[in-house]
Design a protein around this ligand. Sequence first.
Ligand code: NAD
Length: 506
Amino acid sequence: MTSTTPRPIPDGVPERIRHYIGGELTDSADGAVFDVLDPVTNEVYVRAAAGKKADIDRAVAAARKAFTEGPWPKLLPRERSRVLNRIADLVESRDKRLAALESFDSGLPISQALGQARRAAENFRFFADLIVAQADDAYKVPGRQVNYVNRKPIGVAGLITPWNTPFMLESWKLAPALATGNTVVLKPAEFTPLSASLWAEIFEEAGLPAGVFNLVNGFGEDAGDALVKHPDVPLISFTGESRTGSLIFGNAAPFLKGLSMELGGKSPAIVFADADLETAIDATIFGVFSLNGERCTAGSRILVERAVYDEFVERYAAQAERVVVGDPADPATEVGALVHPEHYEKVMKYIEIGKTEARLVAGGGRPAGFPTGNYVAPTVFADVKPDARIFQEEIFGPVVAITPFDSEEEALELANNTKYGLAAYVWTNDLKRAHNFAQSVEAGMVWLNSNNVRDLRTPFGGVKASGLGHEGGYRSIDFYTDQQAVHINLGEVHNPAFGKGAKPVD
Ligand code: NAD
């Protein structure tokens, strides 16, 4: 659906979004562009260069040159750390502008986009600290050997990112890749290229040498695919759908690339009868409706113990109806507009499926008063059966499935009953049960009596179809570096001497 009244375009939107290769803003080799839509009106508000193989080739060549000939990989960690801290300072000082542009491009509520901009700065600051504190192992065999780990950047890292919280998720990959001395080619999501285009000026001002950061916009099947298949890109860090992840896994296999995959989720929030119900309701409302529900770790399945089920559903539905849907630019807005009409159609389709599978208790379509734009009312389904599609499949919008359970065993079985395994949230005041449940639940990350509050030192990643490998803290450092073992002899050379016997007789 389109609106007839375009929104004023915020300051800072360029005339055209271009690639950034070897320190220069540039168009695609073939001049191709694609349309970028405003999620509130679905009008085209800017066009972006549509990168293809030729553009990826140019970007990888620039990154490769900066890696082999440039100063960046050889700088002392402290020197790289200073640049990263300057990047963090610049992001912080521009947080409002970044948030305004991100919100305009993605439809995320402005207050939440601001939080994401600050988190992006924090990611850079965190890895600036980590890289100077980095210590590597040394092993001594007294009198015989000293062995140490020589940690080295790998080369050109290919970074492929999705459209939900784009700027923050880009920082999540850029910060550790750059901190460790790699050079990068970033391919941001085609729905939301605006905020990625802001990195170039930030990095230039912070003193990052030309060619270290390169950006190619475009579609996944063109620019993304060419990056995955480029022989001079030994590493791919990907965040996106599980289906895309498995495609990339196959495409990278002939090159034996290093892969890190942060994929989809259908995370359970388990509410036991002894939980503080008010807090659990507040947290599970935020857990699925924040960031428009376009959140990989959303608690999109709520499992509730039968004793409090009816009360929970009634109170939850009433509160969901009061969640404020509105213009993403309005600070009072809690749920904005979904990113793109294609995604809006997908979420609406699931809502219609849900109506045939379960009991609708809140929302259920376009909210009143919003005839246009990608607005979806916070939608709650109760009595959802585990074989329902809305229980099993990632919807990635403001839609939640609530299911009752009778015992801890059943709660665990339901929690583990999807192909995904990203996050889980457990609400109970029974300490033993909480820890034992965390041990058994198939999820890469578990929060006990807490919303999704991260400690940047902890591992981030999913199990099953939700991911491959872990990033976060030193695990990100490990992904973006090679650990070479260097062995030094301290004693006599230990050589079984070959070829010292008598000369063979002919
Ligand atoms: P997507 O998989 O459609 O696209 C992600 C990126 O991959 C985009 O830049 C896209 O252009 C690119 N791409 C698509 N096809 C490609 C190909 N063949 N080769 C190379 N690149 C290709 O995902 P999306 O719709 O942008 O994002 C939403 C998904 O991301 C959800 O499933 C969500 O759960 C997931 N996600 C996961 C995490 C996490 O940390 N686990 C975080 C955020 C989002």
